[in-house]
Unconditional design. Structure first.
Length: 380
């Protein structure tokens, strides 16, 4: 009986051991096959990229270099070849006619036609031809050199060399800057010419301030400011449509405050037959004169417009009391006689002539050089 119990206990122990071993094995196997989370691949150390160079901020635009305009002395001499080419037909035609074997009425009529075609004007043409006829008859002049000399003398006399062609650079009152109004129709090159006049004055040693009183044309103020910046001249401007007289007043005041020698005022230039424009120009002049008299009023005329330009000149002269004329595009026309006609009809001198598109192609008018370019330029 005791042995039976012993065997029974041993059997139970054996079963327990076997069961325990099985359970232990299952647990170990379960752990062995347990799916482990896939390890993330070891990330390669990121090489920090060099930061892209940040675009530099918009650099402040460098102030434009201030130009030194070419001296005005002798400009017409330098540009004389352009006058010679443009007016060659006038001088050459006259000399050819005067050198004819027979100077009869038909030839003299052709001389008149040549002068008229050059826009000399009826009155001056008649006077020039009459004097030439008389001198040729009395002197018996027939050689080319003698005829050239006679023609030079007559054209020179017609251009009135004794007129004062200097630009006003001092106020008539003796105080403050000299105020110069620049007038003319759009298309004559008025605003560009205003900028070129500033260069002429600065080249001669004067300080200049510009007033952009052409407030009706969108690009006029910007255009004038470009010209001013090139030579270091300050520009007083307002928004488009601002009162022109107010801008002109502010410009003159600023010129006085800053000690400028000359204040150049660019005015509106719509067609001269617009009453409103003429009234506006008169208003500008009156407002400016509250601070001092206008020293000069320059009329800009396109030389290629011929007799139409003379009509413009008359109307502007009635409103603004023109003191001088600036003829532009004189290199682009064979009608140089307009210089004679405009002086005679307005009673004021041509002071400056435009002979090209360059910034320094505006030259003080010199009678001798002008006539020489027409007459002597025909040689060869």
């Amino acid at each position: 009986m005791d042995n039976l119990w012993i065997w029974l206990v041993a059997a139970i122990a054996l079963v327990a051991a076997v069961v325990g071993g099985v359970l232990l094995a299952r647990r170990s196997g379960s752990k062995a096959v347990e799916t482990r989370p896939t390890a993330e691949p070891t990330a390669k150390p990121e090489v920090e990229a060099e930061p892209e160079a940040e675009p530099e901020g918009e650099a402040e635009p460098a102030a434009p270099a201030v130009e030194t305009p070419a001296p005005t002395a002798g400009r017409l001499v330098r540009l004389r070849s352009r006058l010679s080419r443009s007016n060659n037909a006038l001088g050459k035609g006259l000399l050819a006619l005067l050198s004819s074997d027979k100077l009869d009425d038909d030839v003299w009529e052709e001389v008149e036609d040549t002068l008229l075609a050059a826009d000399v004007g009826v009155t001056d043409t008649t006077q020039i031809v009459e004097r030439l006829r008389e001198r040729v008859k009395v002197l018996g002049t027939r050689s080319p050199a003698e005829l050239r000399a006679l023609l030079t003398e007559e054209l020179t006399a017609a251009l009135e060399p004794g007129l004062d062609r200097s630009l006003a650079t001092a106020s008539p009152s003796g105080e403050g800057p000299a105020t110069v109004m620049v007038v003319g129709v759009n298309g004559s090159g008025k605003t560009t010419t205003c900028g070129k006049i500033a260069r002429v004055l600065i080249a001669d040693g004067h300080t200049v301030l510009l007033g952009a009183a052409d407030t009706f044309r969108a690009a006029a103020a910007e255009q004038l400011e470009t010209w001013g910046s090139r030579v270091g001249a300050k520009v007083i401007r307002r928004g488009e449509g601002a009162d022109p007289a107010s801008v002109a007043f502010d410009a003159v005041k600023a010129g006085a405050d800053e000690g400028a020698d000359v204040v150049l005022i660019d005015t509106a230039g719509r067609l001269q037959n617009k009453t409103g424009l003429m009234d506006e120009l008169g208003k500008v002049k009156r407002v400016v004169e509250k601070q001092g008299p206008v020293a000069e009023t320059l009329l800009v005329l396109d030389a290629t417009t011929g007799q139409n330009g003379l009509q413009q000149a008359k109307v502007f002269g009635e409103v603004c009391q023109i003191t001088g004329v600036v003829l532009t595009k004189l290199d682009g026309t064979a009608k140089g006689g307009i210089v004679i006609a405009v002086q005679r009809q307005l009673g004021v001198p041509v002071k400056l002539v435009g002979l090209g598109e360059g910034p320094d192609d505006l030259a003080p008018f010199e009678v001798g050089e002008f006539v020489g370019a027409i007459v002597d330029g025909t040689e060869g």
